[in-house]
Design a protein around this ligand. Structure first.
Ligand SMILES: *Cc1c(COP(=O)(O)O)cnc(C)c1O
Length: 426
């Protein structure tokens, strides 16, 4: 019997008109989705090639305990990452607790007192403000005598080349470039644009090192920032590259020198990469990496589908329904508190885990307004799984990302719409 999608959607609360609307949108996206599938296929083969070349074996799935000397699984995984990113070396560890930690590690280990850090693409991700010392914090780079300078993007989103040239001085040692827009409204940078920027910077000062915050960017394109001159690419394993299976971790892939500096900082001078037991976690790191290209494709399709659904309904969406994608985050301006709550509750009740939880706005520490968050994830806080959140304030933007399978995420998006319709908010 042919699968009757409409029937099962109906039995799960999605009315016929909502389902049909989704079908129409989906039909219009066929060509775009085919292109995404091609990118996924290309990256799948790149990943497979790295596994084969490095002789990933059954023994690599086992872990070590204690000091973790000669951990073949860990060491091989780091070679696999280095091959995928075309870098000399990589550090991929469960002891790196999250993306912020990986970025802080890369910065703190490659900067020394008296050095200056430059961001030529505007304000970095929120959590880095305390790492750098833009907001006062214990143990910040600022406290250690590392200064910071920033050049904002121009109003049209282009690089302020003149400003950047002026900002580079004798002290400038490291440049940090954030690929994803994160939760700002600037466009996300394509790898090609990052390459242009790196070429410009290295032309002015060839020995400058460049770090790219690669969070949410991995496998969205067929090339990575390390292919176009970045000395380090850094990210979290509970986003794209962990494929939804890695339960913790971060990575730094880059030049031998940069990775060595990071390893000495993560463990200890003298010990570096030699220690750090992998415990029982490697199978999930390998398998997640293996799945990451197709999982990223699902998350991309989800973002594009949602942008098209909500744009068609008259909402403003960033990125818009047609523009090219360089990360997996989608923002929708919902315009009212009730819609924002309905959207998040619709996503939550579509989740495989905690679907029965009724999410509500709450006063989260560190925010100047209430926030609502929806996440019914296997891995707590994993944002490669379908998740949504937004501050309860004008213009009532919801930010969402992820989707381990497009089949699930499509239901989630339609359910968010159905909840809004049922509450007569459209
Ligand atoms: C998520 C993210 C981070 C921080 O990662 P955490 O794992 O949340 O600490 C940094 N930069 C960007 C662009 C991100 O998307």
């Amino acid at each position: 019997m042919e699968a009757n999608l409409k029937e099962i959607y109906k039995s799960m609360g999605i009315k016929e008109d909502t389902f049909d609307f989704g079908e129409t949108i989906l039909d219009s996206l066929k060509e775009r989705f085919e292109k995404i599938d091609k990118v996924a296929e290309y990256n799948q083969l790149r990943v497979l090639d790295a596994f084969r070349k490095n002789h990933v074996s059954e023994a690599c799935m086992l872990g070590t305990t204690g000091y973790g000397y000669s951990d073949i699984g860990r060491d091989t995984l780091e070679k696999v990452y280095a091959d995928i990113f075309k870098t000399e070396d990589a550090l991929v560890r469960p002891q790196i607790t999250c993306g912020t930690h990986a970025l802080a590690l890369a910065l703190m280990s490659n900067l020394r007192p008296g050095d200056e850090l430059l961001s030529p693409v505007g304000k970095p991700y929120d959590t880095l403000e305390e790492v750098i010392g833009i907001r006062e914090s214990k143990g910040s780079l600022k406290e250690y005598g590392v200064t910071y300078s920033q050049v904002d993007l121009l109003d049209d989103g282009s690089f302020d080349f003149e400003g950047i040239k002026k900002a580079i001085n004798d002290k400038t040692k490291l440049v940090t470039i954030q690929r994803s827009k994160g939760y700002q409204t600037r466009p996300t940078l394509s790898v090609a644009r990052i390459g242009e920027l790196i070429a410009f910077i290295k032309d002015i000062k060839p020995d400058l090192k460049v770090m790219v915050d690669n969070c949410y960017g991995e496998f969205v394109e067929t090339i990575e920032p390390s292919f176009v001159g970045a000395d380090m690419v850094v990210g979290s394993l509970i986003k794209n590259i962990g494929g939804g299976l890695a339960p913790i971790g971060g990575y730094i892939a880059g030049s031998k020198e940069c990775v060595e500096n990071a390893a000495y900082r993560l463990t200890s001078p003298g010990l570096g990469k030699e220690v750090g037991a992998s415990l029982g976690i490697l199978k999930d790191f390998y398998q997640g990496l293996f799945l990451a290209p197709t999982v990223t494709a699902s998350a991309l399709k989800t973002a594009i589908f949602a942008a098209n659904v909500y744009e068609k309904l008259g909402f403003s969406v960033i990125p818009n329904s047609t523009e090219s994608r360089h990360d997996i985050i989608q923002a929708i301006t919902l315009g009212s508190k009730e819609r924002l709550i309905a959207f998040c509750q619709g996503i939550q009740s579509s989740s495989p885990v905690d679907s029965f939880v009724n999410v509500e706005p709450w006063d989260m520490p560190g925010y100047d307004s209430e926030v609502i968050m929806a996440a019914g994830a296997f891995i707590s806080g994993s944002s490669i799984e379908l998740s949504a959140d937004g501050p309860i304030k004008e213009p009532y933007n919801v930010y969402f990302q992820g989707g381990l399978t497009f089949e699930h995420a499509r239901f989630g998006i339609l359910n968010s719409l159905q909840v809004m319709k049922d509450r007569k908010l459209l």
